[in-house]
Design a protein around this ligand. Structure first.
Ligand code: HEC
Length: 467
């Protein structure tokens, strides 16, 4: 068979199979409304391509749906929700997702070097085989402990994952993606007392269904020969305050320089409870390391208030850290759709959720017509559309003198790190790096000055050093 007839037969087969293949319902919507800017084959044109690994506004289906429904402020991408039905939007996003002819997430190659404004970063991939790494804490430069969202706790020794997991950990309850084992912290006197602090989603119901009432729980224990021992409960809500169908559980853990211990619980989809001092959701808490309540906690003497509460009106705080120079405590908080916030944590402060917010809800309604109100603290800065802010960490590392005291903010949905230059509690510039390689779950500077980044999807720990 000569080349020409092979060509003709190929054309024939292709056209026959095209004729037979039913068109994707989303394809018609795509061809009618989207090709003008994104190209007939999603290759891009006036606007960005839609077949790619590096999504500008979120690679997750949810983000794509909301970007399409509500538009992207400041760009030509309009709110298609005014023209298209929810079904049409779902179909067109399915069509875009199914058209991705790319390696699965786990295979996304992470480069060995990444250029930033000031440094070329060497990227080492550690802890392959870890499962949804959530939080990391360093005992010393060669030893770190990592919590796994799926319920585990693992040592990282000389940058190698210890094959032996910690046994005897409390059982987690995971009715939603945001639940499971969350953060860990080491006692400021860990070397002498060995206390390790853990947060996880908990239910007493042995059936563990979505209808079980659950709440974030905080415990501490010691690790002896890979065994979790001596466990004590530091915070646990009574059954009457637990929530069914829980989502948005918090929960970052953090010790400040004075030895106070902080933890965060998200609104668990009960926005209004965030304003109620009798309810544990939508709050930041402060306790002593042994679980007792500090003398000067702001709501300690308020009748009906939970005495551990330190601030309220917090939708879902995912990052909390202290400025090593000034001692100011900073935190990141998930907005609904739009309105991810960067705040400074102050005693007894109301951060406004859901009364004031820059976000819109998943239904498309503005959560509130107010972005500011007397008595409610406005954010230092906010991100719309939401990048899904998560960890924050100040850069204090001899390896990165040009980044001294810059603030790293990691993002889940937008899969990126932002380096914020902060002057007098104002963000003066932001640089995005490590974009599109995975959801950034935690960032820590190790005692040797390297930046450790915990990624989810793919699940890996990265060690960044300047070249
Ligand atoms: C008038 C031009 C225009 C049309 C028509 C349009 N878009 Fe967009 N779209 C944009 C622009 C501009 C952006 C922002 C990215 C960029 O600058 O290219 C964008 C971004 C997006 C994104 C986010 C991309 C990312 O990287 O995160 C998605 C998803 C998207 N569009 C889907 C659609 C769908 C679905 C349709 C059809 C219903 C559509 N767009 C029609 C202009 C358009």
């Amino acid at each position: 068979m000569n080349k020409f007839s092979t060509f003709c037969i190929t054309i024939l087969i292709v056209s026959l199979s095209c004729k037979d293949a039913p068109r994707h319902p989303g394809e018609i919507t795509y061809q009618t409304y989207c090709t003008g800017c994104h190209g007939a084959k999603m290759q891009g044109g006036l606007a960005a391509p839609l077949i790619k690994t590096e999504w500008l506004y979120g690679r997750e289906r949810n983000s794509m749906v909301s970007n399409t429904r509500f538009g992207i402020p400041g760009t030509e991408m309009i709110a298609w929700g005014l023209t298209l039905s929810n079904e049409q939007i779902n179909d067109v996003i399915d069509y875009i997702v199914e058209s991705q002819d790319l390696p699965p997430q786990a295979d996304r190659p992470i480069p060995e070097r990444i250029k930033t404004e000031d440094y070329t970063l060497k990227v080492e991939k550690l802890a392959q085989g870890i499962s949804k790494p959530w939080g990391i804490e360093f005992v010393d430069a060669n030893t770190a402990l990592i919590s796994e969202g799926t319920g585990g706790l693992r040592w990282l020794i000389n940058n190698e994952l210890d094959p032996e997991p910690i046994r005897g950990l409390p059982e987690t309850y995971s009715p939603s993606r945001s639940a499971g084992m969350m953060d860990l912290a080491l006692d400021p006197d860990y070397v002498s007392n060995g206390w390790v602090y853990l947060s996880y989603s908990f239910t007493e119901d042995s059936l563990k269904t979505a209808q079980s009432a659950g709440m974030t729980k905080i415990v501490r224990a010691r690790i002896k020969d890979h065994e979790w021992v001596d466990q004590q409960t530091l915070f646990e809500a009574p059954d009457s305050l637990r929530i069914k169908n829980g989502n948005r559980w918090g929960c970052r853990l953090f010790f400040d320089r004075d030895g106070y211990f902080y933890f965060t619980i998200g609104d668990m989809a009960q926005g209004d409870f965030s304003q109620d001092l009798g309810k544990p959701v939508g709050k930041v808490f402060r306790i002593n390391a042994n679980g007792s309540i500090p003398e000067d906690n702001p709501f300690r003497d308020v009748p009906g208030a939970l005495p551990a509460i330190y601030s309220l009106g917090n939708r879902n705080v995912q990052g909390i850290t202290q400025d090593p120079t000034t001692g100011t405590i900073w935190m990141t908080e998930h907005g609904p759709m739009g309105g991810d916030e960067l705040n400074i944590l102050k005693k007894g402060t109301n951060y406004g959720w859901p009364v004031v917010t820059y976000g819109i809800d998943y239904s498309g309604k503005a959560v509130s017509d107010k972005t500011a109100l007397e008595g409610m603290e406005p954010p230092i800065t906010y991100w719309t559309p939401s990048i899904a802010v998560c960890p924050i960490e100040f850069c204090s590392s001899p390896l990165f003198p040009k980044w001294s005291n810059n603030l790293f903010v990691g993002a889940l949905a937008h899969e990126e790190i932002r380096r914020l230059v902060v002057e007098n509690e104002t963000v003066t510039s932001q640089e995005v790096f490590l974009k599109g390689f995975g959801r950034v779950r935690d960032i820590k500077i190790s005692p040797d000055g390297a930046i450790y980044v915990l990624l989810n999807e793919p699940d890996v720990v990265l060690r960044l050093t300047p070249e």
